[in-house]
Design a protein around this ligand. Structure first.
Ligand SMILES: NC(=O)c1ccc[n+]([C@@H]2O[C@H](COP(=O)([O-])OP(=O)(O)OC[C@H]3O[C@@H](n4cnc5c(N)ncnc54)[C@H](OP(=O)(O)O)[C@@H]3O)[C@@H](O)[C@H]2O)c1
Length: 265
């Protein structure tokens, strides 16, 4: 059997663990983590090598995920830049760090891929947008998509779309959770217990998304199909459609995209 490609992580926090869960052969993984308790936790949970040495990861992995917080990127780059080679792929999942900025920090040799994931990675149902620097090969993008595909869906996009991606799928989990909260609170107002209302809201959100994803059904006929004339859903939808709900959603995403632009370097 062919030897598995060595996959590395610079920073082993929540998102790195989400990606790790999707890697089939975990014995091919090396992670660098500076918090000893976190390193120990990962060693106990998975058959992976965890080191406190970023350089060891940079030296040994063919595909290196950059998975620290944005404020830690410069320090990590200063340590690993001299070691990165043109045979390696650096995959940044860092929000707001553009390929041009990463190129300045990590040098022109390493092949760069940028990914905007979301939190749902941690439930193996993430949404990852992927874009590549000119020096990355098609096969690099395919290799990254193969790994991330195990943790949800992927879409290869242009970097110019990344502010919109950040606003929609990157920040989206918070907005859907807020919608769930609103539905649950409304259920409580109608007399349901809070835990029951949350279960009903959450399972309905989950089941609806699952059905739409699996059936690929267009949204309008789906909504119309649930709205029996004179029925309960139609009464609710009449109220919702007459409100400025869609304007509020559009303004929410626009604010997030604007902030993403401001933060991008
Ligand atoms: N969470 C999301 O929903 C989301 C969505 C899209 C993109 N992202 C991006 O994903 C990246 C990771 O986010 P996260 O939530 O997984 O962060 P996290 O849980 O804080 O994980 C980062 C880990 O790296 C460690 N670290 C920092 N500097 C290090 C160094 N020099 N050597 C070794 N380890 C180091 C951190 O330790 P300390 O805690 O001591 O700093 C922390 O344990 C971020 O850049 C974020 O922008 C996150």
């Amino acid at each position: 059997m062919a030897k598995a490609v060595k996959i590395g992580f610079l920073g082993a926090g929540k998102m790195a663990e989400g990606i790790l869960c999707a890697v089939e052969d975990k014995s091919s993984v090396i992670m660098a983590e500076k918090v000893p308790a976190r390193a120990q936790e990962l060693r106990a949970k998975y058959p992976v090598e965890v080191t406190d040495d970023l350089k060891k990861v940079a030296r040994n992995a063919k595909i290196v995920f950059l998975s620290v917080k944005p404020q830690d990127v410069a320090a990590v780059a200063a340590e690993v830049k001299p070691l990165l080679k043109s045979t390696q792929i650096l995959v940044s999942i860092v929000a707001g760090k553009k390929l041009s900025g990463l190129r300045r920090l990590f040098g022109s040799k390493v092949r760069l891929v940028r990914v905007m994931p979301n939190l749902a990675l941690r439930a193996n149902a993430g949404m990852c947008a992927v874009c590549a620097a000119p020096n990355a090969k098609k096969a690099d993008v395919a290799a990254v998509e193969k790994i991330l595909g195990g943790a949800g869906a992927t879409a290869v996009l242009k970097e110019k779309d990344f502010d919109a991606v950040t606003a929609l799928s990157g920040s989206g989990p918070a907005y859907f959770a807020y919608m769930e909260e609103a539905m649950a609170e409304a259920g409580v107002k109608l007399g349901l217990k809070p835990d029951v209302a949350r279960l009903l809201a959450e399972q309905t959100m989950y089941g609806t998304a699952k059905f739409l994803r699996e059936s690929g059904m267009p949204l309008k006929p789906f909504i119309d199909g649930v709205c029996t004339k004179g029925g309960t859903t139609a009464a609710g939808m009449e109220k919702l459609a007459a409100s400025d709900f869609k304007d509020v959603v559009a303004a929410t995403l626009a604010a997030a995209a604007k902030r993403s632009k401001e933060l991008a370097k």
